[in-house]
Design a protein around this ligand. Structure first.
Ligand SMILES: *Cc1c(COP(=O)(O)O)cnc(C)c1O
Length: 495
């Protein structure tokens, strides 16, 4: 039976998985949700010995029911190959009594690779299935990680072009170098004279411009999105939680059916929502622990039942979590409202108008699978330094938010279940913050010298992604004012 998808904001219409992937966002501004979350149809015993790719297939086939076995397996094979620096794709590292699920072994050394290496294939397959003849143009605004992962994913994928906009002075040195050295004839990178919000608003305006869409269609192009609201990003992220449990089982760390907790450093709420889906599919997952940095809008939400983005935006050393509107939270709101689209729409309208909304008591009760915490900048730095001193393991700043939150949670709750921490970036991607957390003296050291030192400290070789940018040629030098983005897109596509 076909699993259909509907919007979180209306009952109006249903689409297939491939249609939902192509559209990204529903026409009413809602996010696509499957009409029910499917159960896994394999036993834990069977999962135990599966490769990452095999696990991906048994999980994803439950959601993408209009893909044939051949289509889905082909997407999986093209995605999870030697772009990853380990055959296990998402290894589990045991450090003291906790397990770090390392999601940063892909091409751009952050967890966005887990979904963005398969999304281009899901998208082009969906285009074929729906007889889309136009070339698909992916537009992305990025504050750093998503842009590079999307570029790497879409580079040289037939039938697609990708254009990434980033704030000229708003990304780290490594992040900028990673983007402007991107190869692939179908890739473009543009630096915006403005901040991330300018880039984001500019991209949204292009999406909403019906005239432009018509003009582009005449030239054989249609726009699409690689943002984390696309169901084609959420579904692949469920896989590694299923896989992590199976690895614990295989290694004899857990008994079949025994629950594991999951801790996720959270920004847009996509990654932790995937863990929640894994639990709904039937995996023995206990608590889902949502970890925030000093932008603790989610922590406050879980504490009080009130979501309120009216607060100061804080720049932290875990920039990929610096976010005040967690767009994927809408899917959870919809679920805890009993799949009531009108209730969800009411709250989302309040968020848009007043920047805040409050849950009903009944909705609050449906949040018992979750726990939440936050870590201050000082705690994050201490966690990196302490773990390194005690064990030699070096973690990045985002992972350290989760590790710090977990330490406090375990102490307060006495919850002794086995716990997996989602490790979302390589420490090499945030070398400066990581190294100065270990010792302030590194603040004086030049970027690539820091990387050499990190190799010595951690005993882990610098990943290929870092070596590549050391001497890579700058291939993208386009810049534009924030109000010239549409013109720039036209210039790139029509030249
Ligand atoms: C995107 C990102 C996050 C946040 O993930 P969400 O799915 O947005 O909650 C955490 N850490 C890193 C390194 C990221 O790139």
């Amino acid at each position: 039976m076909e699993l259909m998808y509907k919007s979180t904001r209306s009952e109006a219409y249903k689409v297939t998985a491939s249609e939902a992937i192509l559209k990204g966002l529903a026409d009413d501004g809602g996010l696509f949700m499957p009409v029910q979350i499917p159960k896994l149809d394999v036993t834990l015993e069977a999962l135990k010995d599966m490769s990452y790719q095999e696990t991906a297939y048994v999980v994803m086939k439950q959601f993408l029911t209009d893909f044939t076995e051949e289509e889905l397996k082909s997407c999986i094979e093209k995605a999870y190959d030697d772009k990853f620096d380990t055959e296990t794709i998402a290894p589990l590292a045991k450090v003291e009594d906790t397990y770090y699920l390392e999601l940063f072994h892909g091409a751009t050394i952050a967890f966005k690779d887990m979904a963005l290496s398969i999304l281009p294939h899901l998208l082009t397959t969906s285009a074929k299935k729906n007889q889309v003849k136009n070339e698909i143009v992916i537009l992305t605004a990025t504050s750093g990680d998503t842009g590079k992962a999307a570029l790497a994913g879409f580079a040289d994928v037939e039938g697609t072009k990708i254009i990434v906009f980033y704030p000229k002075n708003g990304v780290s040195k490594v992040q900028e170098l990673q983007m402007v050295t991107q190869k692939g004839d179908n890739t473009s990178v543009v630096a915006i004279h403005g901040n991330f919000d300018c880039a984001q608003s500019g991209v949204k305006a292009i999406f909403e411009n019906k005239e432009l869409a018509k003009e582009m269609a005449e030239k054989g192009y249609q726009f699409s999105s690689a943002n984390s609201i696309n169901i084609g990003r959420l579904v692949p992220q469920i896989v590694y939680y299923v896989y992590a449990y199976a690895k614990l089982l295989q290694n004899g760390e857990i008994e079949a059916g025994e629950e594991m907790n999951v801790v996720v450093p959270t920004g847009n709420f996509g990654n932790i929502l995937a863990a929640y889906f894994a639990k709904q599919m039937g995996m023995p997952i206990g608590k889902l622990i949502c970890a925030s940095n000093e932008n603790k809008v989610l922590f406050d939400f879980f504490e009080t039942g009130v979501y309120d983005k009216n607060r100061e935006f804080i720049l932290t050393i875990s920039p990929s979590m610096d976010i005040l509107i967690s767009s994927n939270l809408e899917r959870l709101i919809y679920l805890i409202a009993g799949c009531d689209a009108s209730k969800n729409r009411e709250l989302m309208e309040a968020l848009k108008e007043k920047g805040a909304y409050a849950l009903t008591d009944e909705m609050k009760e449906n949040l018992s699978d979750f726990a939440a915490g936050y870590a201050t900048e000082k705690e994050v730095k201490e966690k990196i330094a302490d773990t390194y001193a005690k064990t030699g393991y070096v973690m990045d700043t985002h992972t350290a938010v989760a590790a710090s939150v977990y330490e406090k949670y375990a102490k307060e709750s006495k919850d002794a279940r086995k716990t997996v921490i989602a490790s979302t970036a390589s420490p090499y991607k945030f070398a400066r913050s990581v190294m100065t957390s270990i010792d302030k003296k590194y603040d004086e050291v030049e970027e690539f010298d820091l990387i050499d030192t990190l190799e010595v400290l951690s005993g882990v070789d610098a990943p290929k992604a870092i070596e590549e940018i050391r001497n890579a040629k700058i291939l993208h030098t386009l810049e534009c004012d924030a109000d010239k983005m549409e013109e720039t897109v036209k210039k790139i596509l029509i030249n």
